[in-house]
Ligand binder design. Structure first.
Ligand SMILES: [Zn+2]
Ligand SMILES: [Zn+2]
Length: 118
C-alpha cells in the first residue's frame, strides 16, 4: 500500500478519515515527517483520552486508553514522557505494526521511545 505523503493539495480537499475510515473530512494532521492524514472531529475527540497510532504501511489504527498505556510502562523516563503527553491529542504514525510485520515489531513504544515529540 502506498505511503501517504502530505502535499499541499490535500489541505483543501476532502478525504476519508484515516482513523475510523467512515467519515469524510477536510481536517488533517501531520503524523510523521511529511505524512499527513485525514482525521474527523470524532477521532480528534477520541485522541483526548486515547493514544492513537496509525500504521503507515497497512493503515491499521491502534487506539489505547492513555491511563492504561501509562500504567503499563515500567521505564521511568518513558513513563514521564508519556505522562507529559497525557493532556495532548496525539495521533502518531508508525512505520509498521504487529499486523503487517509481526516479526520485526516487539513493542513499538519501547523501540521508538526517543521519537516521542512532546
Ligand atoms: Zn474518524
Ligand atoms: Zn501495519
Amino acid at each position: 500500500m502506498a505511503r501517504m505523503r502530505g502535499d499541499n493539495e490535500m489541505e483543501h480537499t476532502y478525504g476519508k478519515c484515516n482513523i475510523c475510515n467512515e467519515v469524510y473530512t477536510t481536517a488533517n494532521v501531520e503524523v510523521a515527517d511529511d505524512i499527513i492524514i485525514y482525521v474527523c472531529s470524532d477521532c480528534i475527540d477520541k485522541a483526548r483520552g486515547n493514544f492513537i497510532w496509525l500504521c503507515l504501511s497497512c493503515g491499521k489504527t491502534y487506539i489505547r486508553p492513555k491511563d492504561l498505556v501509562i500504567n503499563k510502562i515500567k521505564d521511568h523516563e518513558l513513563k514521564r514522557a508519556y505522562m507529559l503527553c497525557e493532556d495532548m491529542q496525539i495521533i502518531q504514525g508508525i512505520d509498521m505494526c504487529i499486523a503487517c510485520n509481526p516479526e520485526r515489531i516487539i513493542d513499538y513504544m519501547e523501540l521508538h521511545q526517543h521519537t516521542m515529540e512532546c
